[in-house]
Design a protein around this ligand. Structure first.
Ligand code: NDP
Length: 376
């Protein structure tokens, strides 16, 4: 499709400009890596509400969700979020732009934006129901955006927002931890060497918690360097057996799922308000396979029955953790980064021309931190 030219802003505080197209990696249908297509004719996002901010993207990063969404994961629920009244066609999300993290510079602000002005360096985690950051520009609401830490480059900054928003939402809302309550709490993080894990270790250490991590043997140096107090190599023998010899935990933060849940409940301090929080939930798989209503009901029933069973048998709480967009929470992370308490963990970086190679790296697994894409 060619580039249409029209006025792009209704609410902006500065004079209108002509809309133009932008460079982006898009998919036109769900599929494997071959579905990714580079174009210089993607529609440039416009400011469509007075509280929106348009950002020029300097760097983006990839999360496991990007590879899953490329394959159609969560499509039904995301479509509902984008189009609650179902007035658009079934494939209205295409061309879809992936990429959940952005570090960049504010280009333009809606008339009611109060915290940002053009030229501000910002970072954000783009909600999965919005067009993503593997593009020259992205538009978000002011509430989703935060000032980028001054001490980080755009590449470094792009490695943090989505994993930070996920970890904060899960640890605070589901895990009941915060800056003032985490001191000396014993927390177990499974999958400590990946994106969420490497961030969470540092956040919890900054909050004064005692952190135990499970990871592969060759990631031990990395997670200890980030502050982990105790490390258990899950590849050498029975991980549950080793963890059972340790003092019990106040919170288990599970980024692995599967069998972990079976033994993790028994690692928690009984009858003390201890919590198991998993990021690996069946919600989107259920809605994809069963439809929105049945899938949500089924997931709700699963969660409810596990929660009841565990609280009645041993007084521990079973919870699901989710990413949630939260600019003010990123402000707090920004302060911790600038204070030197949280470091970015960039494992690999790719130029914008090599987004498919970045996806290949992501899909090989065994992440040691984050894969970042240099956009500008
Ligand atoms: P990553 O791919 O960045 O990291 C996963 C890490 O886990 C890798 O370092 C991997 O290394 C390690 N790992 C794999 N198997 C095990 C195991 N059995 N025990 C311990 N470590 C293991 O993923 P993220 O950190 O970004 O995300 C973690 C999980 O959380 C993913 O499943 C993701 O989909 C989910 N998630 C859910 C969200 C939500 O809203 N619910 C939001 C964000 C993430 P190695 O294989 O070498 O050991």
């Amino acid at each position: 499709a060619g580039c249409s030219v029209c006025f792009r802003r209704n609410f902006s505080s500065s004079p209108s400009r002509l809309q133009s197209c932008m460079s982006a990696w898009v998919i036109d249908q769900y599929g494997t890596n071959g579905a990714l297509r580079y174009t210089e004719e993607a529609t440039m996002p416009s400011i469509s509400s007075p509280t929106e901010v348009m950002i020029k993207v300097y760097a983006a990063s990839l999360n496991p969700l990007d590879a899953s969404m490329r394959g159609g994961y969560g499509a039904k629920l995301m479509r509902l979020r984008r189009d609650p009244l179902s007035v658009m066609s079934d494939d209205s999300e295409f061309p879809l732009i992936l990429g959940r993290d952005v570090s960049g510079v504010v280009l333009d602000c809606g008339s009611e934006v109060t915290h940002f002005t053009p030229g501000d360096e910002v970072w954000a985690a783009v909600p999965p129901w919005k067009q993503g950051s593997l593009a020259e520009f992205v538009t978000l609401t002011e509430y989703e955006v935060s000032h980028k830490p001054k001490s980080l480059s755009h590449i470094e900054a792009a490695s943090i927002p989505y994993v930070a928003s996920t970890a904060l939402s899960a640890l605070v809302n589901a895990g009941g931890l915060c800056r003032d309550s985490a001191a000396n709490k014993r927390v177990l993080i499974t999958g400590g060497s990946g994106g969420v894990g490497t961030f969470s270790i540092q956040l919890l250490k900054a909050w004064g918690a005692h952190v135990t991590v499970t990871c592969s043997q060759n990631a031990e140096g990395l997670v200890r360097g980030l502050g982990a107090d105790e490390v258990v190599d899950y590849t050498a023998g029975d991980v549950a057996e080793k963890l059972e010899t340790m003092d019990k935990f106040d919170v288990v933060f599970d980024g692995v799922g599967g069998d972990t849940e079976q033994y993790a409940m028994g690692l928690l301090k009984p009858w003390s308000g201890a919590k198991y929080v998993t990021l690996v939930t069946p919600l989107l798989l259920n809605t994809d396979s069963m439809g929105l209503l049945d899938g949500t009901l089924h997931a709700g029933f699963t969660l409810h029955s596990k929660a009841i069973q565990n609280v009645l048998s041993s007084g521990v709480f079973y919870r699901w953790g989710f990413y949630a967009p939260d600019g003010p929470a990123l402000d707090e992370v920004s302060r911790l980064v600038d204070a030197g308490k949280i470091l970015p963990v960039v494992e690999a970086q790719f130029p914008f021309t090599q987004v498919p190679q970045a996806f290949q790296k992501l899909e090989q697994g065994h992440a040691r931190g984050k894969t970042v894409v240099r956009v500008a």
